[in-house]
Design a protein. Structure first.
Length: 154
């Protein structure tokens, strides 16, 4: 579900960004080489907002990577090696009792690896979700603000 939310928010952000780009470009083209004070404020606001959103997004990525992602990757790699060790142990079994015990150990190690990789995927989605949040918020709020301003200017 987390990846679905990321996809939906990304789609909404892209649609909003397209609208904002179209509205701002139209305003700039309308005034040409002599932008109005309102256009200059919008240009400065656009730059400041992009920098703020990118900074907030980068901080969210760094924070999420620091708190969970590195630990999960480390655990996944360790468990992967453990599952390979269990597989080799199973492959070198001589008795039916060894096969039974070692196959159980291999199954448990493989299950742990699969569970950790699932957690890693969810962590990746949370990173994307948190990185997208400030950019999505600015794009959608700008679309609302600029679309309300267009009829007043006309």
């Amino acid at each position: 579900m987390i990846w679905t939310d990321v996809a939906l928010k990304t789609s909404e952000m892209l649609v909003s960004s397209g609208s904002v780009i179209q509205m701002r470009t139209s305003r700039m083209a309308e005034h040409g080489m002599e932008p109005s004070p309102a256009d200059m404020r919008e240009i400065h606001l656009m730059s400041a907002e992009k920098l703020a959103a990118a900074t907030e997004s980068g901080a969210a990525i760094a924070n999420q990577l620091h708190t969970t992602h590195y630990a999960l990757v480390n655990r996944a790699v360790q468990q992967w090696f453990q599952s390979h060790t269990a597989l080799w142990s199973l492959a070198t079994s001589f008795t039916p009792a060894q096969v039974l015990a070692r196959s159980q150990a291999f199954l448990e190690a493989s299950t742990r690896v699969a569970h950790t990789w699932s957690q890693l995927s969810s962590a990746g989605a949370r990173i994307a979700q948190r990185a997208l949040k400030p950019i999505h918020a600015k794009a959608t709020s700008n679309e609302r603000r600029l679309s309300q301003a267009v009829p007043a200017a006309a």
